[in-house]
Design a protein around this ligand. Structure first.
Ligand code: FES
Length: 106
């Protein structure tokens, strides 16, 4: 069995503006890809709530995202909830840029 992590090519660095978020689908799973001043970050593509809101529709404020449906905020860097500490943290993924390309380690 091969347990090596295969980087998945997400796109090019210039495809996403600083301070914004895009959805990326891979093998029928959505991921939210964020580009901040401090670099690229990735979280699960949907929140945990009933309507599974796309996190790519969230607004980005510094290093936090604000859910487009309920307004709750989370850290984009750690996935931790900010506005409601009772909420579960968002899953985060290892993401990096190399030679102008963005890769996710899944
Ligand atoms: S509706 Fe789920 S975090 Fe906002």
């Amino acid at each position: 069995m091969n347990l090596e992590i295969e980087p998945v090519h997400v796109g090019e660095e210039e495809d996403i503006d600083i301070g914004s978020v895009e959805n990326f689908e891979h093998e029928e799973i959505d991921y939210a890809i964020f580009r901040l001043e401090s670099g690229f970050f990735a979280t699960q593509g949907h929140c945990y709530c009933e309507d599974q809101t796309f996190l790519s529709e969230a607004s980005v404020e510094g290093e936090e995202l604000e859910c487009a449906s309920c307004g709750n905020t989370f850290s984009i860097v750690s996935g931790d909830p900010v506005s409601d500490l009772e909420l579960p943290p968002l899953k985060t993924y290892d993401i990096y840029e190399e030679d102008g390309n963005i890769y996710l380690n899944l």
